[in-house]
Design a binder for this molecule. Structure first.
Ligand SMILES: O=C(O)COP(=O)(O)O
Ligand SMILES: [Mg+2]
Length: 222
């Protein structure tokens, strides 16, 4: 009976990163002489990677997302993304759940639309990086989620076999569907859609439940 590998989304799944992304976004907007945006507004832009975040910040500021400001805002955002790490916190009981999954023999990986360098920087900042065999970011491959290629590549690089994908958003549900992968939904992240309307195998709101959920997949796939 082999333990499934568990591939995690990052923002809104393992870590609450919106306070940090909100702060960075407002730093960039200030640098460009634009008005700050509220945290709920910025939260609604998270999940589809940096190009989408930058586009949405410009649109919300009444600017042309296809104009010259895009490159300026994207460069500024990426510069801050790797260094302004305050405001990133793991969700409650994430560490304990990761410990337990590792004890169960699960290989752990991250498949995030956050670019690789900021993803690695925040994992280092939180002391989590060593727990993951592999991290793929939104700029690691030619396409990002919901294209299934990232999830597939992650799975292949982990050696194949039983796997479960854990994420928080519409993008993650769609990615899992596109990759034909079992999807476990963390309900406390940044989704816009009611839980019952997002395709998923299992939903959970408390990380103390996750090892048991993954254990059920282990039995199912034995
Ligand atoms: O960078 C983003 O948009 C968030 O990425 P994630 O939810 O895929 O971790
Ligand atoms: Mg997410």
């Amino acid at each position: 009976m082999s333990a499934p590998c568990v591939i995690f989304d990052l923002d809104g799944t393992l870590i609450d990163s919106v306070p940090a992304i909100h702060a960075i976004s407002n730093t960039v907007l200030r640098e460009m002489g634009l008005a700050e945006l509220s945290e709920p507004k910025v939260r609604s832009f998270v999940g589809k990677g940096v190009p989408n975040l930058v586009r949405q910040l410009l649109i919300a500021s009444g600017k042309d997302p296809d104009g010259p400001l895009f490159a300026q805002a994207e460069a500024a955002l990426l510069a801050h993304y790797e260094t302004d790490l305050e405001g990133n916190t793991p969700y409650p009981f994430v560490i304990e759940a990761l410990d337990q999954l590792s004890e169960m023999g699960c290989a752990l990986a991250i498949c995030t639309n956050k670019p690789l360098k900021p993803a690695e920087a925040v994992l280092d900042y939180l002391g989590l990086r060593e727990r993951f065999t592999l991290v793929l970011g939104g700029d690691s491959l030619p396409s990002r989620k919901p294209d299934p290629e990232m999830l597939r590549a992650c799975h292949v690089r982990l050696g194949g076999g039983p796997m479960v994908y854990v994420g928080d958003s519409e993008v993650d549900a769609q990615t899992a569907e596109n990759a034909n992968a079992p999807f476990v939904l963390y309900t406390e992240g940044y989704r816009h859609t009611p839980v019952q309307d997002l395709p998923h195998q299992v939903a959970f709101a408390d990380y103390r439940m996750l090892p048991g959920i993954i254990g059920r997949f282990q039995k199912d796939t034995a």
